[in-house]
Design a protein around this ligand. Sequence first.
Ligand code: SF4
Length: 263
Amino acid sequence: MFKWLSVQVVSSIFWGNTNLLYYIIYFYNIYSIIQIPFVAQSLKAFISRFPQSLFMDTASLRRGIESLIHMHSSALIPAIMDSGFSCQRCGWCCRENFKIRITKDILRPSNAISIFPDDIRRIVRGTGKKLDEVAQPDTYSCLTDGDTIWAIGWILRRNEEGNCIFYRSGACTIYEWRPVICRCYPFFMGGKGVDIMRCGGLGNKTSWEKAGEIAWMLKRYEIKKLRSYIGILEQVGDKLSPANLCSLPENYSGNVLVCDGEV
Ligand code: SF4
């Protein structure tokens, strides 16, 4: 079994020494990958837009941010209210339910949750844990040029069963510090508005205020996501190639260079 401790992680998050940094191109819909396992229709939508989004340029991303900034988050409220979401603490989104094959070599767990450096810092501050105890490089989404392996961002650390390390006795033990993506689930912004993922909390009652909170968080998440893509594209855009996509081999013991879009 792959041992995380044998991997030396070099990251921009805490040390901020640009001489140490390696950046990796971030394919546009990396966060969409985590949505794939939940509903087949999302998978179809993802696959259909993957080739285009893979090569999205920074100008398009900036336009996307601009239009999000001008969009009032209340526009998302009706779709959220219609879903009737109310968290039932079922833990579906925290547990590994199954894996999905992204490419011939990449098998991604359903709950490999991509998180932002800000999320990690907040959890580290709130819990007093170390980075390594909170997050792990996203080794299910790596790029390699044959010599170097870059992990594309971070995911929440997972336990031996594959569940989020913070999911215990049926509850999130870091609820007030949980990542933005956990606050948004089961909603994501899709091309035509709000995409809704599989969730046992749907079909209940949602208040306007609660839907408004989620809508605000969704907009914030989307802007943050696009900004992180720009950060990576600008630095290592030339390395992006579908042929370079890989997941980290289980017996790998070298360095993993994490590209998270922060300078
Ligand atoms: S941080 Fe909390 S809400 Fe998010 S996956 Fe882990 S246990 Fe679930």
